[in-house]
Design a protein around this ligand. Structure first.
Ligand code: ADP
Ligand code: TYD
Length: 210
């Protein structure tokens, strides 16, 4: 590595395999000698993990769409200041499970067209975009079944159901066309190792060009 850090994000609908692939890629890169910080959103710093509980637990109507945009952005700002930027400054590879593209989709599209507000707040408070975004694309029904198979009380968004999953899938594919220079779309409807081979190849190629 040249000392320049690299910021890599995973995006996709719930249950598409982002966390699994982020973990596998982090292990692979560490084994080949890279310094890797594996993190996630919402969360990734102590303050942002507290906000995670506020946004992901409880009644689906707990927050208005606008308040939710502020909460996710507040969490992201803390995560950026305390975890992401310091690691990049030290030349590390930061792998993040979801980032601003998730806000563009979930808060920007799910409850009316709020994308312009999401973009304005991003420009004001975050600005940072990933060097590479891996979109794990997959069939929404399978994704939902996988997501439901997991335990836990973080169900505010998964409760929105298959229709939201379908709209999010479409939205993510459109986002990949909007930012073609950093997005790569990967077929997630395969076994973990096949998906992981593609992920590793794309990430290594990006690292060489970094
Ligand atoms: P996400 O982070 O996108 O919500 P996860 O990585 O948590 O997805 O995966 C959701 C569930 O599906 C987990 O139980 C995981 O073990 C399983 N899973 C992940 N990738 C695959 C795959 N390619 N094939 C089958 N099951 C998978
Ligand atoms: P995550 O833990 O990644 O869920 P999953 O593993 O099921 O994909 O994210 C939790 C939820 O938070 C997910 O439903 C998407 C939502 N989310 C937003 O609505 N906006 C955001 O900005 C982020 C980062 C996540």
């Amino acid at each position: 590595m040249t000392g320049r850090g690299m910021f890599l994000t995973f995006e996709g609908i719930d249950g598409s395999g982002k966390s699994t692939q982020a973990r596998m890629l982090a292990e692979h890169l560490r084994l080949s000698g890279h310094e890797v910080v594996l993190t996630r959103e919402p969360g990734g710093s102590p303050g942002a993990e507290e906000i995670r509980r506020l946004v992901l637990e409880g009644d689906p109507d707990r927050w208005s769409a606008e308040t939710e945009i502020l909460l996710f952005t507040a969490a992201r700002r803390d995560h950026l200041e305390r975890t992401i930027e310091p690691a990049l400054a030290e030349g590390k590879i930061v792998i993040c499970d979801r980032f601003a593209d998730s806000t563009r989709m979930y808060q920007g599209l799910s409850r009316g067209d709020l994308r312009a507000i999401v973009d304005q707040l991003h420009q004001l408070m975050i600005r940072r975009e990933p060097d590479l975004t891996l979109l794990i694309d997959m069939d929404p029904e399978t994704g939902l079944a996988r997501a439901k198979g997991r335990h836990g009380g973080e169900e505010r968004f998964e409760d929105f159901g298959p229709d939201l999953q379908r709209r999010m899938r479409k939205g993510f594919l459109e986002l990949a066309e909007e930012f073609p220079e950093r997005f790569r779309v990967i077929d997630g409807n395969r076994d973990m190792d096949s998906v992981s081979r593609d992920v590793t190849q794309i990430a290594l190629q990006a690292l060489q060009q970094n």
